[in-house]
Design a binder for this molecule. Structure first.
Ligand code: HAM
Length: 419
């Protein structure tokens, strides 16, 4: 029989890597706390409508990347392709933003998109996501952008570029859309097929087409800044001023429109110079109409999500550290079969005292137990002589020295040595 492998675009995070993921999540958790964001846990699947209405019918995500199925009750369900719509749904459903209240929420977990897998792009990938809901002013945008920059600073990422843009609002975007349409109509012959298809539905997306010929056309397209209404222009100026106040450098890119339709005003990405084609380690922006699109009235929002898989790739590439390498402090080795039970009791006692202890449950020889012990700081050796004399031979595996310690004193002795 052929063996079963993980589905294309998914992968296993094994012990050699999982402790590094834990470091990234712990760092994020602390950073979020320092910025006043509270963690929430959300369903991994939602009603399909949440994404078709929230993320947008004409986006690549909704058109061709969602894992959608009908459940036993006949409902259309989708594995979440992103977290923002779910966070907003939860805030509306649980009335977190009523009567002008705001909420700063973060979460992390797997997202699912049926994309063509390549380096840094998976079908199941992980995001750390932060959303600031209920605040319309530009200080919130700066708070979110600075949070993402601070997260990457703490993780030690270098060679990053913050790219920002404003995509306008429901008042000024239609005007810009018309200008764009007129321009692209005149350059139809130079556009790729995907962009031609986008023209009628979402011409703004042509701006971030990665194809060279479309890129040339997009470079000459009307400037969105000339079409922004006063409110959007002011908002953008204040976001930029806020970033400058905090000493951040950023690049303006009028072609940054992002692949999700809910954005209004600020859109931004953080790019890594060490990732190749899939170079965005984070993306986000403001989405003041998402709540109303999913039936929740007027709740402005701004947030970002960072791709943990990509952050991991960059950290490995740049030789970043991941905190303390996990280690077992003590290995308890039994010299013969009769000593295994006593060794097991000592191991449990050490663990009950928060000392990381290893013990052989496979019935291996003393020699191979000591081989396992070699990565530890201490080996506690128990054989017939030690049992008869009520002692444990404690070997310091760093310098090779060995002493007999009273059985009842072993925990205290080890505690004194490893602190
Ligand atoms: P997004 O740009 O689609 O935005 O995704 C955010 C980040 O998730 C990307 O910058 C990238 O690091 C990572 N990512 C996306 N797709 C993949 C993939 N297939 N494989 C690996 N990593 C991936 C959003 O999802 C928005 N919800 C962000 C947001 C939050 N906007 C406002 N609040």
């Amino acid at each position: 029989m052929t063996s079963i492998t993980a589905p294309r675009g998914t992968r296993d995070i094994l012990p050699g890597e999982s402790w590094k993921w834990e470091y990234i999540i712990n760092t994020a958790s602390q950073t979020m706390k320092d910025f006043g964001f509270s963690e929430i846990h959300l369903p991994i699947f939602e009603h399909t409508e949440l994404f078709s209405r929230g993320v947008g019918e004409t986006t690549d995500i909704v058109e061709k990347e969602m894992y959608t199925f009908t459940d036993m009750g006949g409902r259309s369900i989708t594995l979440r392709p992103e977290a923002t719509a779910g966070v907003m749904r939860a805030a509306i459903e649980n009335k977190l933003c009523v009567q002008g209240a705001s909420a700063k929420l973060w979460n992390w977990g797997p997202m699912f998109r049926y994309e063509r897998p390549q380096k840094g792009r998976y079908r199941q990938f992980y995001q750390i996501d932060a959303e600031c809901l209920g605040i319309a002013g530009p200080y919130a945008d700066v708070e979110v952008i600075s949070l993402s920059i601070e997260l990457f600073r703490r993780l030690g990422l270098k060679n990053l570029e913050v790219v920002i843009n404003s995509v306008g609002c429901e008042k000024c975007r239609p005007v810009y859309r018309e200008k764009l349409l007129k321009y692209f109509e005149a350059h139809k012959d130079e556009l790729c097929e995907t962009c031609l298809a986008r023209m009628g539905r979402n011409p703004l997306r042509i701006l971030d087409c990665k194809k060279e010929s479309c890129g040339h056309v997009a470079d000459g397209a009307p400037d969105i800044y000339d079409s922004l209404c006063d409110e959007c222009r002011e908002h953008f100026a204040e976001v930029r001023a806020g970033l400058e106040r905090l000493g951040f450098t950023y690049t303006l890119n009028k072609r940054l429109v992002r692949g999700l339709d809910y954005y209004t005003k600020t859109a931004y990405e953080i790019l890594s110079g060490d990732l190749g084609a899939q170079n965005a380690v984070a993306g986000g922006g403001r989405y003041d109409n998402l709540a109303s699109a999913i039936g929740g009235g007027k709740i402005p929002g701004v947030g970002f999500a960072c791709g943990v898989d990509r952050v991991m790739l960059v950290m490995e590439e740049q030789g970043c550290t991941f905190g303390k390498v996990p280690e077992i402090s003590v290995y308890v080795a039994a010299l013969d079969d009769n000593s295994r039970g006593v060794a097991q009791i000592l191991t449990h006692e050490l663990r009950m005292n928060n000392i990381t202890a290893g013990f052989d449950t496979a019935g291996k020889s003393f020699k191979s137990q000591m081989k396992n012990a070699s990565a530890c700081k201490f080996a506690c050796i128990i054989g017939p002589d030690e049992i008869a004399n009520n002692v444990v031979a404690v070997k310091n595996l760093g310098d090779g020295s060995q002493v007999n310690v009273e059985r009842s004193e072993v925990v205290k002795y080890i505690q004194g040595k490893i602190q």
